[in-house]
Every structure is written in structure tokens, then in C-alpha cells.
Design a protein around this ligand. Structure first.
Ligand code: SAM
Length: 243
């Protein structure tokens, strides 16, 4: 498929026979508040994985020289959303981040010059970005893995030790999921951190991601949470250059 989706070939497995998320957890996790408060009070000191540091360093000059507002597309999968967001925000530099070389490898030739895809762990990438002073104007988290078992709370974005780094980056964030519990937990975690956020059912008229297309085609309800964290939209180095 040519166009602003990054030349992705249609994958029959992504067409629309997906099962809805099933979990024994029907509402927000009973440990949510304790886990979020602990992570907010004690941000992780875990050093970033070497491969993520290398990936970060490989793009840092380009990012800092661009002087453009940044858009992060975390958990970008094949980067379909990254290419679409780049077309939607032509003055920005959009960075798609995913840990899977296999998924990223399906992207095909770039369809624009204002986005890039990197293979990295999102949490480590966020902390490196935070330390470098990068402040995305917008941050999309589209269909992160739901980790629906109650024992998997800490694998969810808001239950992970990386949540405070996500917040520190600032910007307008939008998280989407086909599991309402995930989105409501994310909203509540933001509230625990002092941010007002809205969550809602929405319709994806034009799917932004392959998973969104698959879920919509399977008749799933789609939920999103949006929040303005506040921000400083340019990387710190670019600011220095313009003074
Ligand atoms: C359900 S898929 C969604 C992909 C894409 N956003 C979409 O909607 O089509 C979740 C993606 O998150 C990626 N992922 C999971 N954990 C990650 C992590 N810690 N860092 C980076 N990517 C991760 C997986 O490789 C996968 O591509």
C-alpha cells in the first residue's frame, strides 16, 4: 500500500477477527493507587538498555538540530501512525518508537522527511529524552499491550516504573486502547499525579494504526484518554541555538 501509511502491505491477520480483551479484572486494579504513588515517589534509577542508548544517540543530532516541535509515537508497531502523524503535523518531527525490529521492518521506505522510527524500549527512551531536555509537544501511546491479567499491572504504562518519566516529558498525551479498564486506569493514574484527564469512547473513522483498524473491523469499542501535561515544545539544544 503506497501513501502516508508508510507503504505497509495489508496483513490478513490484521483485518478484523480479533477477540475482545478478556480479563478477570473488571474494574480498576485495587493496587493501582499504591503502585502509582510508589513509582511517583521513587523514580527508577535503572540504567537504560545499551541498545536504546545507542538508538537514542544515533538520532540525537538530527533531533536537536531540527528545531522543530517533537511528536512522540510510543509503541508505534509498524510505524503506520508515525507516518500519518507526520503528514498531519508537517512542521513537527515525529519519532516512532518500538522495541520490535520485526514490526518496524514492515514499514517500508519513508513517505516523508519529517519522521523517523527507532528500535528502542519506550521507558528507557523517555528517560533519555527527559535527561536530554527533549519535550514533545504531543505524545501518542496507541494500543500498548493491555497486559490484562491482574498480576500484570506493573507491565501497563501507568503501573510501570517508567510512568513518572512519561509525565516529566510533558506535552499533550493521548492513549488509546480497546480495553476500557486500561484507559480508565491511565486516567486515574494521571489524576493521582495531579493531572486532569478525560477518557471517552470514540470512533476511528480513519484508523491511525493497524491494530486500530483490526479492532474497529472486529467491532470492538475503542477508548482514549487525553491530557495536557503542559510543555516546552522544543528540544533544549534547539532552544539554545536560537538564543
Ligand atoms: C499492540 S501493539 C500496537 C502497535 C501499534 N501502536 C498499533 O496500534 O498498530 C504494541 C506494540 O508495543 C510494542 N512494545 C511493547 N512493549 C514495548 C516497550 N517496552 N518498548 C517499546 N515497544 C514496546 C510491541 O513491539 C508492539 O509493536
Amino acid at each position: 500500500m503506497a501513501g502516508p501509511c508508510g507503504n505497509i502491505k495489508p496483513d490478513p491477520a490484521m483485518q478484523g477477527n480479533s477477540r475482545a480483551v478478556s480479563s478477570s479484572q473488571q474494574g480498576c486494579h485495587e493496587q493501582l493507587e499504591a503502585v502509582v504513588r510508589k513509582h511517583l515517589a521513587e523514580p527508577t534509577r535503572r540504567p537504560p538498555a545499551a541498545h536504546t542508548r545507542q538508538a537514542f544517540e544515533a538520532i540525537s543530532q538530527r533531533v536537536e538540530r531540527s528545531g522543530r516541535p517533537l511528536v512522540f509515537d510510543s509503541f508505534c508497531g509498524t510505524g503506520m501512525s508515525t507516518a500519518l502523524l507526520a503528514a498531519r503535523h508537517p512542521d513537527s518531527l515525529v519519532i516512532g518508537i518500538d522495541k520490535s525490529a520485526h514490526r518496524l521492518g514492515k514499514h517500508g521506505p519513508p513517505t516523508g522527511d519529517n519522521y523517523l522510527l527507532i528500535q528502542a524500549e519506550c521507558g528507557d527512551f523517555w528517560r533519555l529524552s527527559q535527561a536530554a531536555g527533549w519535550r514533545p509537544a504531543r505524545h501518542y501511546l496507541l494500543y500498548p499491550n493491555p497486559w490484562p491479567k491482574p498480576g500484570q499491572l506493573k507491565r501497563r504504562v501507568h503501573g510501570s516504573a517508567d510512568f513518572s518519566a512519561l509525565l516529566a516529558l510533558g506535552g499533550d498525551i493521548e492513549l488509546r486502547s480497546n480495553w476500557q479498564v486500561y484507559v480508565e486506569e491511565f486516567r486515574q493514574a494521571l489524576a493521582l499525579a495531579g493531572f486532569r484527564a478525560d477518557s471517552e469512547l470514540f470512533t476511528a473513522a480513519q484508523p491511525l494504526t493497524l491494530f486500530e483498524r483490526k479492532y474497529a473491523g472486529s467491532g470492538h469499542q475503542l477508548w482514549r484518554c487525553r491530557c495536557q501535561l503542559g510543555h516546552n515544545t522544543r528540544p533544549r539544544a534547539a532552544e539554545h541555538q536560537t538564543r
